[in-house]
Design a binder for this molecule. Structure first.
Ligand SMILES: N[C@@H](CCC(=O)N[C@@H](CS)C(=O)NCC(=O)O)C(=O)O
Length: 219
């Protein structure tokens, strides 16, 4: 079984879709991708043809169907263990899973007020005190991971080399640019490393070329 197809939302807006797509790239697997335009009359029905949750992303691997970004990432980590999609060290891996789960299930103020919009720039818009508290927590996570496990010699990511944890925070990196959030030196260097990933650059280019507009994510 070698055929992978990932169904995604709009690349400019779908933070949930970006994450497992980056993990697929890091896994080194060939895959097809289908973008289902979000927020349109037929969106839900089209997604439901491929995803039992009625949400994207969803990965089809032969007759297997795996939905939810973090579940897809975990599945890929099991398929290609040699790619070290989680850190090798058990303590680092537990922390990587913790921060990934925290990113997956928290930061609602930041999500609600600062939606991902890769190609746009809205300096400081939407930064309420609750949003700032989310930003501060994310910056603390980044600093802590970099300090404890992000050895410069291994790589510029949270745990040195690129892992699922970095994919989980990639939409945040984009939002920090869109909303011009000021970061300290450590966090800015990390954000720059994620932004410059060739796979992320490829996604950004596609996002810039998409014709679809989701009004709710524009100001
Ligand atoms: N926790 C899910 C969230 C997925 C999600 O909310 N996807 C949105 C697009 S970004 C969606 O499918 N929306 C379509 C709809 O609700 O009709 C994941 O990580 O995959």
């Amino acid at each position: 079984m070698a055929d992978f197809t990932i169904y995604l939302g709009n690349k400019n807006y779908s933070s949930w879709s970006l994450r497992p797509w980056l993990v697929l790239k890091a896994a080194g697997l060939d895959f097809d991708e289908v973008v289902i335009p979000l927020d349109m009359a037929g969106t839900k029905a089209e997604i439901l043809r491929h995803s039992p949750s009625g949400r994207v992303p969803v990965l089809h691997h032969g007759d297997r169907v795996i939905w939810d970004g973090l579940a897809i990432a975990e599945y890929l980590a099991e398929l290609v263990p040699e790619r070290m999609l989680w850190p090798a060290d058990q303590v680092a891996r537990a922390l990587a899973r913790s921060v990934s789960a925290e990113m997956h299930s928290h930061f609602n103020a930041f999500r609600d007020h600062c939606p991902m919009n890769i190609r746009s720039s809205f300096p400081n818009r939407g930064v309420t005190p609750e949003v700032q508290a989310d930003i501060n927590r994310i910056a603390t996570i980044w600093r802590d991971c970099r300090k404890r496990f992000g050895e410069a010699a291994v790589g510029p990511f949270l745990f040195g080399g690129f892992t699922i944890a970095d994919a989980m925070f990639a939409p945040v990196v984009s939002r920090f640019r869109t909303y011009k959030i000021e970061l300290d030196e450590v966090c800015q260097a990390y954000a720059d490393a994620v932004w410059s990933l060739p796979s992320f650059q490829e996604w950004q280019e596609a996002a810039g070329n998409e014709p679809m507009i989701v009004e709710a994510s524009e100001f």
